[in-house]
Design a protein around this ligand. Structure first.
Ligand SMILES: C[S@@+](CC[C@H](N)C(=O)[O-])C[C@H]1O[C@@H](n2cnc3c(N)ncnc32)[C@H](O)[C@@H]1O
Length: 329
């Protein structure tokens, strides 16, 4: 193999090319996380790519780019691969040879019924690390699930309500709160675009500000947009010129603004969807939280970017949280 390009030359770039060739030019241990959402070999109608490789050829190809992903990821880094369970069973065996299993994240994202099968709803994100002791990981939280009409908690926490986290539970390895992009007005001309807040969750969980995120199948840019919003550096690769141009255009219009105070968070439709557990004390002053914890049953805490520690008759920041939040300033 010829000489390798220093990763700095690729930073914050969207590269048009075959991801295998591009990754083979990148030195080992040089990016913080790699995330791949490859074609699923389901005969999807991409702009140029033919999504119908022969079974073994598809798998052999996948093995090659998976090995490249692991090679270029730093020892502190993580490798994520999104696909349907059928292919992930093979991917796991490839990854087990060169990296360490951390999670198989189940993403509940129902699609249209296909007939003569169960309706596909389970998508997976394999989460592997290069070194189990060195890898970065941050616990993350999402808002309590509530009835849309009455606002009540959907889960019955019984007598444990007083110890509930005001924001919401820790995220498990089953993600049911992130929906596919349904409306065409939010989609680009691409058959399989992922939602940005899915990638924001992955990035918040596994990286720090300025870390490098590489996506070898960037499509119309979901991963790099999430990275830029969260002030991470990025490298996006796609074989299709049209998708590369759409991504470049979109990324140039983005800025690193997904933040409250000095804390990076993920928003969806003006609501906070994912936070890091360790950041809660800094975020708490930006929420109006019912003084009576029992009200958590039916009162959602209210995010108000402007309202730091404003108290009125109805809402107060819970005393314990307020105290710690103020002290941590
Ligand atoms: C499932 S899509 C990725 C969608 C992306 N996650 C998004 O949210 O927009 C797979 C992408 O892989 C690209 N692709 C196919 N073969 C490739 C290759 N050898 N190298 C780089 N990209 C490739 C396709 O053009 C397509 O955009």
């Amino acid at each position: 193999m010829g000489f390798r390009i220093m990763i700095n030359e690729y930073i914050d770039q969207i590269i048009q090319g075959d991801c295998l060739e591009v990754m083979q030019n990148i030195p080992g241990n040089s990016v913080d996380i790699t995330f791949a959402d490859p074609p699923f070999n389901l005969n999807k109608k991409y702009n140029g790519y033919e999504d119908n490789k022969e079974f073994n050829i598809y798998l052999e190809w996948c093995k090659q780019w998976i090995y490249e992903m692991v090679r270029i990821t730093k020892p502190t880094g993580s490798i994520f691969v999104h696909n349907i369970p059928k292919w992930l069973t093979y991917y796991a065996s490839f990854l087990n040879e060169t990296a360490y299993f951390k999670h198989w994240i189940a993403w509940d994202a129902p699609t249209a019924p296909m007939g003569k099968s169960l309706q596909p709803s389970l998508y997976g994100i394999l989460y592997y690390v290069k070194d189990l002791r060195k890898s970065k990981f941050y616990e993350i939280r999402y808002p309590h699930k509530r009835c849309r009409k009455c606002g009540y908690l959907l889960k019955d926490y019984g007598g444990k309500k007083a110890s509930l986290h005001p924001f919401g539970p820790l995220v498990s390895d089953v993600w049911t709160d992130i929906h596919r992009i349904k409306h065409n007005k939010y989609r680009d001309e691409h058959p399989c675009q992922l939602p940005v807040h899915l990638l924001e969750r992955v990035i918040l969980m596994s990286t720090d500000e300025n870390d490098i995120v590489l996506d070898p199948f960037v499509g119309t840019g979901t991963t790099v947009i999430a990275a830029k919003r969260l002030s991470r550096r990025f490298v996006g690769i796609d074989i299709d010129e049209k998708y590369v141009n759409i991504t470049k255009n979109k990324v140039s219009r983005e800025s690193s603004i997904s933040k409250v105070a000095d804390v990076w968070i993920s928003f969806y439709l003006n609501e906070i969807l994912t936070i890091r557990d360790k950041d809660w004390m800094k975020l708490a002053p930006y929420f109006l939280i019912s003084e009576n914890i029992k009200n958590i049953d039916f009162e959602k805490i209210k995010f108000d970017r402007q309202s730091r520690l404003i108290e009125n008759e109805e809402y107060k920041v819970l005393p314990t949280y307020r105290k710690k939040a103020t002290n941590s300033k």
